[in-house]
Design a protein around this ligand. Structure first.
Ligand code: SF4
Length: 341
């Protein structure tokens, strides 16, 4: 396999507050290759957006800080970059698609100005920039592109605005696009169109993508690999098949069980009881222990090690330790007898 485009290794990000330091990301590692889509999923506050902001160099400093770890992009160590150097990469080599197109676009500037300002700053001639903008609008499926360039964001529908935001992210031909909940603000039919658009653009341009989402339906459509985050850590990572059909981590399974299944009308929704831990003082052991029906004594005391289930399927859970199987059988028996909720 070719060298990864992006290598994140043991990344830690913390935010200083009056109440202490919030350890938002606690040792995240992953790689991403050209043309690949990695989806990062998890509950709100699990650290998925902070991880992507760290890659993009957008952690507000202070109060935020990358306290340890490395982010290598095209063989360059981004954590050592000054903000001036980082600005040359932002929007050019790595670009970002935000959740709400209305806040991502400037309401006082025309679509044409917003689309072309990045490439004009990048020393592209105006005529060439305009032509590129027209090509981009065509690529993202906007009808009458010449007319659209003269319009303002409020003159377009929500779906159109999100297409414009995608065009803005792609116009400098980046190697990596980070999409943070790109379809959350859209209704389901537009959502489906935007996901199809991502798929088509990726096939046509070969851009790599990190998709941040809490929506497993989105993940099922776009991801090649999935990283499941909990309390600032990746607890399971694998191919789409590994996560949807062969998940091993109790949190991943709980997450899958908490999704509405239209194909199983009688299946009751199983919410995940409890709440994530306080990241001011994260637990010394497994952060999911308080909510996990399989928790053992060791889980409270020691961080679970990373176990490789097969090839690229990695799980951080003590259940992967061979000695745990007898304990699991006992818990499953109790569950079947209705003793555990
Ligand atoms: Fe549950 Fe223990 Fe695995 Fe954590 S390490 S998910 S508490 S079994």
């Amino acid at each position: 396999m070719d060298k990864p485009l992006l290598e994140v290794n043991d990344l830690h990000v913390a935010f200083k507050t009056h109440g202490g330091s919030v350890k938002a990301v606690r040792g995240v590692s992953f790689t991403l290759h050209h043309g690949e889509t990695l989806a990062i999923v998890g509950e709100s506050g699990c650290g998925k957006s902070v991880t992507s902001l760290a890659v993009m160099g957008l952690i507000p400093q202070p109060p935020g800080k990358i306290t340890a770890g490395s982010i290598r992009f095209k063989d360059r160590e981004l954590t050592r970059f000054k903000s001036k150097e980082m600005r040359k990469i932002q929007g050019v080599d790595i670009s970002m698609i935000f959740q709400d197109p209305m806040t991502a676009l400037n309401p006082t500037l025309t679509i044409g100005t917003q689309l072309t300002e990045g490439i004009i700053q990048n020393k592209t001639a105006r005529i060439e920039a305009r032509q590129k903008a027209l090509n981009m609008l065509d690529l993202v499926g906007i009808p009458n592109p010449k007319e659209r360039l003269k319009q303002y964001p409020h003159q377009l529908s929500g779906g159109m605005r999100q297409r414009i935001v995608i065009a803005m992210a792609l116009i400098c031909e980046p190697d990596l696009v980070i999409a943070d909940e790109p379809t959350t603000a859209l209704d389901v039919t537009i959502q489906a169109q935007i996901l199809e658009l991502f798929d088509r653009i990726q096939k046509e341009t070969g851009v790599a993508m990190i998709m941040i989402t809490h929506d497993l339906g989105v993940v099922a459509k776009v991801a090649d690999r999935i990283a499941v985050m909990y309390a600032g850590k990746i607890v399971e990572m694998g191919s789409k098949r590994d996560i949807f059909y062969r998940s091993e981590h109790p949190y991943t399974r709980a997450l899958l069980n908490s999704v509405v299944r239209l194909d199983l009308p009688s299946a009751a929704l199983k919410p995940i009881s409890g709440t994530p831990p306080d990241l001011f003082s994260p637990p010394v052991g497994c952060a999911f222990a308080d909510r996990c029906p399989f928790a053992m004594e060791v889980c409270d005391r020691v961080q679970p090690p990373s176990a490789t289930v097969d090839d690229h399927h990695i799980v951080d859970c003590w259940l992967q330790d061979k000695r745990a199987s007898r304990f699991v059988q006992k818990v499953e028996k109790k569950e079947n007898e209705g003793e555990l909720i």
